[in-house]
Ligand binder design. Structure first.
Ligand code: PLP
Length: 364
């Protein structure tokens, strides 16, 4: 079986380093907000080139806390995309705010800047672009729009650790930027984890307070907060994985290149990387009207192709907004398929390619 992603393979790749880091934490007796979290926050901030990094419990919580730090609350609107992990919209709703969905650019699957003007209202407070699949959103256009309209810009970087636009790394553009370390992400821990990156000291301070009950001083809440901390074990594991992030992103890119070379002449629409963008291939998403047949064929060959995501958020019961129509989002959901891609896929990619070519032979 070739899975779509394989966190076990990554643990195996760094097992001795990870095991000894875990043992160090176990015998330290300090499991929450100790030296490992502090060191990881410092090292990840340095990697991103930002002043502040705050480790939190998950990517969803990173977004929830970042939005709360910006003062987003009941009655506010937050502009985002419907073509993303549901977590992006969940976090907005957790603040009591309303997600306002805009359509995507069909080539990059990320926020279409031309749709922003129609989405804005007097209640708009923030904008949350998603660097989906590892390709940065049009962050320069979006940042310009956010600034011109006095909106907070919060980047959802959960699928794009290490991606860049014009050699500037994502996570360094927004007022606040949010990362998930869910095990299958480009930088993943062994459980749940997340982080917020930030340049602004006041926003960073608010995020720091919110992650632990609003405590400025221990046991004394100075504002509303709750409990969403990155733990010492996850931070220790992330410190190791961070030292390998660039090399594992390079492996992802080389595998993507191999897909491109061998699938170029098929009917599949392959992922686009725009000029000046560095794509880190969290997922390798192809597009075809025969998506369902191809998925079934690959699954029968024991190849884990899957769909990210099958139902756009504005069509999910919890978020249902029947009136709006997002043609590119709705069309993409019918045709997209994620092929196996993870740094340790290695030569197993050849069997995936052969199977796809076999499918093509049968269906052309
Ligand atoms: C994974 C993901 C999240 C949520 O992260 P969790 O750590 O699972 O809470 C948010 N946004 C996007 C785009 C994601 O892919």
């Amino acid at each position: 079986m070739i899975p779509c992603s394989d966190p076990l393979a990554q643990y195996n790749a760094y097992q001795s380093e990870i095991d000894s880091a875990i043992n160090k934490v176990l015998s330290s007796g300090r499991y929450i907000l100790g030296e490992e979290v502090k060191a990881f926050e410092r090292e990840f901030a340095q990697y991103l080139g930002v002043n502040h990094c705050i480790g939190v419990g998950s990517g969803t919580e990173a977004l929830h806390i970042a939005l709360t730090a910006c003062g987003v609350r009941q009655g506010d609107e937050v502009i985002t995309v419907s073509h993303t992990a549901v977590a992006t919209a969940t976090a907005i709703k957790l603040c009591g705010a309303k997600p306002v969905f805009v359509d995507i650019d069909a080539s990059t699957y990320t926020m279409d800047v031309d749709c922003l003007q129609d989405a804005i209202s007097e209640n708009s407070k923030a904008i949350v672009p998603v660097h989906l699949y590892g390709h940065p959103a049009d962050i320069s256009g979006i940042a310009h729009f956010a600034k011109a309209n006095s909106l907070y810009l919060i980047e959802d970087c959960a699928q794009a650790h290490g991606a860049a636009y014009n050699n500037q790394i994502v996570g360094s553009f927004g007022d606040l930027s949010c990362f998930s370390f869910y095990p299958t992400k480009n930088l993943g821990c062994i459980g749940d984890g997340g982080a917020i990156a930030c340049q602004n000291p006041e926003l960073a301070k608010q995020a720091l307070l919110i992650r632990e009950y609003g405590w400025e001083e221990k046991f004394v809440s100075s504002r509303q907060g709750w409990n969403s901390r990155l733990d010492e074990l996850q931070a220790a594991i992330l410190r190791i994985k961070l030292t390998h992030l660039d090399e594992s992103n390079a492996l992802r890119c080389a595998l993507a290149q191999q897909y491109h070379e061998h699938l170029d002449k098929t009917e599949l629409v392959l992922p686009t990387t725009l000029d000046h963008y560095h794509h880190v291939f969290h997922l390798f998403v192809v597009r075809t009207p025969k998506r369902d047949q191809l998925k079934e064929f690959l699954n029968r060959c024991d190849i884990g192709a899957s769909i990210h995501y099958p139902v756009p958020i504005h069509r999910q019961p919890e978020f249902s907004t029947p009136k709006i129509s997002l043609p590119e989002t709705e069309k993409a959901c019918q045709e997209i398929l994620s092929l196996p891609l993870f740094p340790e896929l290695s030569t197993k990619i050849e069997r995936v390619i052969e199977s796809i070519l076999e499918f093509e032979g049968q269906h052309s």
